[in-house]
Design a protein around this ligand. Structure first.
Ligand code: CUA
Length: 297
């Protein structure tokens, strides 16, 4: 139960406090029950019983609940932010996460299913959804926040340790609800700045044979690859696709083989995905496209 962020740390402290209080009450109640059963005949009287109820049934719980409430309320406040903080817009799609970095003063950069954050810096995640409700959750970093159509919910996080964590969708949102996970990578600030600059750059070189097939099969009608096939915001942006840790929102490993199999039959891996199957595509074409995509670093 390691907390990897400031918000998660606060939730952990509160959980431990609640568990300790509950344990104390359980032990107290067991002791009273034991005492009531074992006391010799005539030792307990009505007045004594009323005193126990007054103190342990009235005053005690009131005090304890007041202390717990007083220590929980301040933790419900979001971390303070200021204008210079990095903002990341996260949209819950069916069934993947659209991620747009909005660095202060810079242009927005889109990617998908992977969120990188700088360690020690405050990041504001602006969470939305275009259609159904999802719940965005990075257990190591913070509590859950709902992705609700027509509304932006803010989640402010600050990673305290570098590392790779897993995030998930925590609210049933359709057939592939359980297949919309994402990787969260907390990086040292300098490495993060370099990475974000890299992410903002377009794909290098020319599309090549795989890229031409990508276009022929109409993949660029839904996916944009900045520098090669820009401008289609329907599906996940694939500009630096090969550099991501996993494929299809945490569903498959990032390998040429997995990409090829996913292209030919996406719903075999993610039931209910809007992406059509290409079952008639020759496996060598799928492999060629997969190689092209995996080389988009
Ligand atoms: Cu998205 Cu569950």
């Amino acid at each position: 139960m390691t907390a990897l962020g400031a918000e998660a740390e606060s939730i952990r402290t509160l959980t431990l406090l609640m568990v300790a209080a509950a344990a104390l009450i359980t032990v107290g109640v067991l002791w009273l029950a034991w005492h009531a059963v074992r006391a010799p005949e005539g030792r307990l009287d009505h007045a004594g019983g009323m005193r126990v109820i007054f103190w342990l049934g009235g005053v005690g719980p009131t005090l304890l609940l007041t202390v717990l409430l007083a220590s929980s309320l301040p933790r419900m406040r979001t971390l303070p932010t200021d204008a210079g903080d990095l903002e990341i817009a996260v949209d819950g799609e069916q069934f993947w996460w659209r991620v747009r970095y909005r660095p202060p003063g810079g242009e927005a950069v889109e990617t998908a299913n992977e969120i990188r954050v700088p360690v020690g810096r405050t990041v504001r995640l602006a969470v939305e959804s275009p259609d159904v409700i999802h719940s965005f959750w990075i257990p190591g970093l913070a509590g859950k926040i709902d992705a609700i159509p027509g509304r932006t919910n803010d989640l402010v996080v600050r990673a305290t340790q570098a590392g790779t964590y897993r995030g998930v969708c925590a609210e049933f949102c359709g057939l592939s609800h359980a297949r919309m996970a994402f990787d969260v990578i907390a990086m040292e600030p300098a490495a993060f700045d370099g990475w974000l600059e890299e992410l903002a750059s377009p794909a290098s070189g020319a599309p090549g044979a795989g890229g031409r097939l990508f276009e022929e099969y109409g993949c660029e009608g839904c996916h944009s690859v900045r520098g090669h096939f820009p401008g289609s915001p329907i599906g996940p942006d694939l500009t630096h696709f090969g550099a991501r840790l996993s494929l299809a929102a945490g569903t498959l490993p990032m390998t040429v083989d997995a990409i090829g199999r996913f292209i030919r039959d996406p719903s075999a891996f993610k039931p209910g995905v809007p992406m059509p199957a290409f079952r008639d595509m020759p496996p060598e074409d799928a492999e060629s496209i997969a190689v092209y995509l995996s080389e988009l670093q």
